[in-house]
Design a protein around this ligand. Sequence first.
Ligand code: ZN
Length: 108
Amino acid sequence: MKCPICEKGTLHKGKVHEEMFGVLLGEFPAEICSSCQESFTDSETTARIELSAREKGIWGLGLKTKITRTGNSLAVRIPKKIADFLEFTEGKEAYIHPDAGKLVIEAR
Ligand SMILES: [Zn+2]
């Protein structure tokens, strides 16, 4: 079968390591393109990947938030479930820095 993304390679059976937000979810069967390396999972495997993310407590941690103003600075509200997952608590010292166009907040 031809790859629907690059239309050059052919798909062959293989395994992919799936991760979400830097957490490894496991190794899953997939069809992998011989040219662009894009991988495709069937609906049953996709459901298993979602279940693994739910079991690890990271499902739904990607959320929209708004940047607001506080004095001369800007503030970002961190939703409770992300704060709980990262063990961010009020008053904890954090180190923030940009990384390839993203904002990284480290508090450990
Ligand atoms: Zn391809």
